[in-house]
Write a protein that binds this ligand. Structure first.
Ligand code: FES
Ligand code: FE2
Length: 399
């Protein structure tokens, strides 16, 4: 993030703290209960946001070197994503052209050839069919017609985008807009090194998971004994970038910045930036690395979802940890524990109340959920979501 923007945001937080204020959306909005519970709405979301929309499947660090791969089936189409031996990011439908079996079943690894488990047809990491057993008995087929189907793939600013449709388009201008493109260009997410991934399945609509990342109004209550110890609650800055948003959470360490010159301020030292990237990504850069949270509906249901939370570290942090380990400290483990601790707060506190909220909505006794003046990220999220589905925006009610 550009220095002047870091300073503007940190100053904004300090200002809120000093004046006991928070960002103000100017009113409240109410989102109808069926946003979360309607089967019909869910079918439209799945079609618009998952089957027919570019997806962030990971970061560059998920494919750390040539001849590495990852697979996913999170958005309906089985995907095999590779880094070829020239270092290029590629994506293919992970379906064998012989009889449609999933070719690679492992989630991540290192190899340059993929052999189908059914009859052993083998593909290169550029999607070419390079061989099939007993070709004389099978018959002489035109191998160039039997490659894996390629999907649009783009690696930029450290993110890996795939379009689930072979003729889909990934247009970054359209997805992010100029301002966010410039901002992402100023971070160095491409250097982040993958460390670990957790998957949490919860009985709740997938959007409730995203809602939990949209405000800190709940910190002093739900996270009283956890995050509230290191964050000021109900104090944020928010900006939107087309359909995406950036919420800046206020760390208590922001007070240490007051004694430093502005040129020494670091956005991650005094705050936690939380990017929401339409339609289903939460991305959180930290001093040590980043969290990538991907939210997906589960079992084709509006009532169940899962979150994939991946941890990444900066190379210099891992170097530093190695040095520390020479002194006998298991520093990598300590950092890993800290990251997993944060993820468990999301699972055991945020998602637990979100599941409870979903139960409340399903009971049919609540007509709408209400988002306050101090929750503008959720105003933006819900109105963006509605706009993307061709629904009217939710009216702002002055209160
Ligand atoms: S289905 Fe893949 S080799 Fe036959
Ligand atoms: Fe929370």
């Amino acid at each position: 993030m550009h220095k002047h923007e870091q300073i503007r945001l940190l100053k904004g937080l300090i200002n809120h703290l000093d004046n006991k204020t928070n960002i103000n959306a100017g009113g409240i909005i109410k989102t109808p209960a069926d946003t979360y519970t309607s089967e019909e709405r869910f079918t439209r979301e799945w079609d618009s946001f998952f089957l027919n929309h570019p997806q962030i499947i990971g970061l560059s660090g998920d494919l750390p070197k040539p001849d590495t791969f990852i697979t996913t089936e999170d958005f309906g189409v089985p995907v095999l994503a590779t880094r070829n031996n020239k270092g290029e990011f590629k994506a293919y439908v992970n379906i064998c052209s012989h009889r449609g079996v999933i070719v690679e079943n492992v989630e991540r690894g290192e190899k340059s050839k993929f052999s189908c488990p059914f009859h052993g047809w083998t593909y290169s990491n550029e999607g070419d069919l390079i061989g099939y057993p007993k070709s004389e008995q099978f018959g002489n087929i035109e191998k160039t017609c039997y490659g894996l189907k390629e999907l649009p793939a783009l690696e930029k600013f450290g993110f890996l985008w795939v379009h689930p449709s072979q003729d889909g388009v990934i247009d970054l201008e359209d997805l992010l807009g100029d301002e966010l493109i410039k901002e992402f260009d100023s971070w160095r997410f491409e250097d982040l090194i993958f460390s670990n991934e957790d998957v949490y399945t919860t009985e709740m609509n997938w959007k409730l998971a995203i809602d939990t990342f949209g405000e800190t109004y709940h910190f002093s209550v739900l996270h009283k004994d956890s995050l509230f110890q290191s964050f000021y609650g109900n104090c944020q800055m928010f900006d939107s970038f087309k359909r995406n948003g950036r919420l800046i959470l206020c760390k208590r360490t922001i007070d240490e910045l007051r004694d430093l010159s502005e040129s020494e301020w670091d956005i991650c030292a005094g705050s936690l930036p939380v990017y929401y990237l339409f339609p289903n990504i939460i991305f959180i850069p930290t001093l040590e690395g980043a969290f990538l949270v991907k939210e997906y509906p589960a079992e084709n249901s509006p009532h169940k979802s899962y979150s994939k939370i991946s941890f990444y570290f900066h190379p210099h942090i891992l170097e530093h940890l190695k040095e520390l380990e020479k002194t006998g400290i298991n520093a990598k483990q300590l950092l890993q524990d800290q990251y997993e601790g944060f993820a468990s707060v999301i699972r055991d506190e945020d998602y637990a109340v979100a599941a409870s909220s979903h139960k409340g909505l399903r009971s049919g006794n609540l007509d709408y959920l209400t988002f306050g003046k101090n929750e503008p990220a959720l105003h933006h999220y819900h109105n963006t979501y509605r706009e993307a589905l061709g629904l009217q925006p939710l009216p702002l009610e002055e209160v």
